[in-house]
Ligand binder design. Sequence first.
Ligand code: NAD
Length: 359
Amino acid sequence: MNMNIAVIPGDGIGPEVTNEAVKVLDAVADRFGHNFYYRNVLAGGCAIDAYGTALPKETLNVCKNSDAVLLGAVGGEKWDTLPGDRRPETALLGLRKELGLYANLRPAMLFSALAESCPLRPELVAGGLDILVVRELTGGIYFGKKATEKKDGVRFAYDVEEYSETEIARIARTAFEMARLRNKQVTSVDKANVLESSRLWRAVVTDISADYPDIKLNHLYVDNTAMQLVRAPKQFDVILTSNIFGDILSDEASQIAGSIGMLPSASLNAGDFGMYEPVHGSAPDIAGLNKANPMAAILSASMMLRYTFKLTKEADAIEEAVKDVLNEGYRTADLASGTDNERILGTAEAGSIIAEYIK
Ligand code: NAD
């Protein structure tokens, strides 16, 4: 298979972790006989320095003409004083909007070797955890009508949560399709006891489920889901939810993974195209020190193989290599628990050893 991948290293630790993800992709290409062609482009703070804009047209064009995008992270102190609409992070919103990336996939995986880093009791996470949050990314209250106004001299503000059945149906289909690749269970999360938009959400998700008789669907209120995630997280496979509920629940779920350096993500369009990036930011406090954990970026590359290129064996090989490396006691600094059998690695060494395990 020949694949064109746009690589946006970005700022801070972004270039360090994407380097390692590319190293691991090259190991996959060698082992399985594929050709990955990379085009490095700028976005974020480095693009502001070079071109005066966080998202240059050239970057967008290269992304649009690629099969997938791998992104590191953007942002840093240097650009913190810029006005909101010129900051490095505007590149992310621009990319999501311009590339039509409405489905955000955030897996919360706990590798059993990292059970000690999980804040939940061991018996709740025995054997590891694997939850996928599917969050609607371009609609809902974050994009609804909003304003601060004055009535009789008193200020009031509002943000409107609105969803069309088209928006709900397409993200529901994403969740059901994802469940087909996993344990065939979808939990749709809403607040249908109070919100009109949630009642439509529930009705549309139920309708769409008729096309997926092989997938088990249940509905939960968001407050109950927040509780269940820490009470009995193993009950979940795919969690399907709106923009704002997904924002909050995916952060809660991510805590079970032990470190932010372990969390990958994908943002997909209506086809197979996607942008893949670690959940973490540019970590300016450790940038350039060879201390960053590259596994979130490496696992993002694995998601790219699984969801855009449908290369399941290859994606599994990356996850297995990460698992094996952790089982052998290798850790990056963020994962260190101070026990004797740990071997602490820098960013580049961690990437190299994962690549070696794949080969
Ligand atoms: P951050 O995720 O960059 O860092 C939070 C903490 O986690 C820091 O202590 C950092 O050292 C640590 N950390 C993060 N990634 C790590 C890794 N791979 N390995 C080891 N430790 C890691 O969040 P922040 O400090 O709030 O933000 C820093 C900058 O990143 C800001 O400019 C922010 O706007 C930007 N940011 C960008 C993205 C993105 O590009 N998607 C996301 C979040 C924040």
